[in-house]
Structure formats: structure tokens, C-alpha cells
Design a protein around this ligand. Sequence first.
Ligand SMILES: O=C(O)CCC(=O)C(=O)O
Ligand SMILES: [Fe+2]
Length: 271
Amino acid sequence: MAQSSIPQPKTSLLSEIDEKGFSTKMFSQNIRAELMCHIDAHIRKTAAPFLDSDKLSSFSLEKMAEMVPDAVWSEKMTRAFRIFPKELSDKVHKWADGNLCKELGRSRSAVNVVYPQEAETNSKLTQENLAIYWRCVRPGKPDAGRPHRDASFWDLEFKEGYDPKIPFSFNYLKDCIKIWIPLKGCIPTTALQIIPGSHKMEIPTIVEQTEYGRRPSISESWLKEHEKDFTSPKELSQGACILFDMNLVHRGPRHNNSELRVSAELNFIVQ
Ligand SMILES: O=C(O)CCC(=O)C(=O)O
Ligand SMILES: [Fe+2]
């Protein structure tokens, strides 16, 4: 994959992302409802074996999630099972292409595909499925990951031979924007939290061996020093999605809200 990109004039949206590391945009209510409908069905199906069948439809999604033992939850909620089916991911990509591409001063866009092992894990996926996926953070559970920069993950993935199957050459730092979409239960204490301006900072990061493989890890002392800088843009609780630089530090917080926190995310690659 080529790492060079043609210098292009900066639009105001691009300048804002370049300066602050992020921007927000109202997301489509209709697509949000369709995505939630798919997630609702997946959670209900996961919970079904642990419930009396006559109670299935009357329980809230929160109650459903509560019925699922942690080990089953972890297995059924690996990323391979949280990737949206093609008809839904196409809608999200089409929305982003129609609403953001021009504003970013680019003429075409693409989204990377799933990892080959995910298509093996989930028989409903093919290797061509776009890697647009959802997350669900249950109250009081460790479902959210550590603070990170997505660019550090890209670095590792490309080194390990991942092919995103983008039909044009692109630079994964300059031509890629992360989109995080709130779907349910996203209030400032549960929604994505970011450190504005952190995309331009020097941040000590190492690569660690974890139970999930090699993972980048930001130094604990840096995180401690910057704990007070994490913030959640207020627009997220009003239905806007956030667009952010691949080097911006962010995290999904653990929370104790009574509602599940559900969101979707994708890498939006533009040329
Ligand atoms: O939603 C989360 O918990 C984390 C999201 C994230 O890391 C991302 O969108 O890149
Ligand atoms: Fe991330």
C-alpha cells in the first residue's frame, strides 16, 4: 500500500479535525434505528437460552444482557459477531460518503474489510464484509478497552500483513478518519471520551503481548498525567457522531449507568 498522498487544499472540516483532533456531525436517525434493531436482535438471541421463552419479548435489552453469563457474553461478543451485515454497513458507508466526503474535500471513499480470521469465526461473514461494527458496554462490566490511538493499531496490523482491500492507494494517517456513532445510552459518563489535541502530542507507547495478541499500550504515567483531560463532546449525547484523527487518544469508559451503552464505529478512508 502506498504511503504517499497528493497534497490537497484543506476544507474547514479537515482543518478543524487537524487542529483539535476531532469534529462532530449529526447522524441519521433512520440508520441509527436500523442498526439498533439488528443489535437488539443479536442480544436477544444471545440471551434466549437463559430465559423462559414466554418472557423473551417483554424484557428490556438491559435485562436480557444481565441474563447472559459473562463467559457466554465474551464469546458471543467477539468482534467477528459484532460486524454489521452487508446491507447495513453499505447504508452507513453510503451515509458517510454522501455527507462527509465532499466536506472533507475528497471525491471518493472506502471502508476497510474484516480480518480473514473473523470471516472464519463467523460463518455469516465473507472476507469482503466491511469492518463496520458495534460495541455494547454493560453497566458495571469491563467491556470497554484501555485508552489508545487507533493509528498504533493500524501500525501493527499493517506490519502483520493485514490487507484492508481499499480500491485506491491511501495513507492511513492522512486519508483516514475514525467515525464513532452513538446508538443507545450515550451520556458524557458512558460515551466515547477523547483528549482534544492529543493527536499532535509525543506519547510514550509500547507494544505488549496480551491474551488477544500484540497490542499497543500508552504509558501509565502519561495517562495518569492526562486523566483530567479526557472529555466527551456534548454533541454525542444529542445524536451526533464524532469524526476523529487516527492519532487522537480516546477510550470507551466503564460505567455504572442503568442503561447499556451501544455505539458503532468505522474507519472512513477518503481520496
Ligand atoms: O467505543 C469504545 O468503547 C471505544 C471505541 C474506539 O476505540 C474507537 O471508536 O476507535
Ligand atoms: Fe479506538
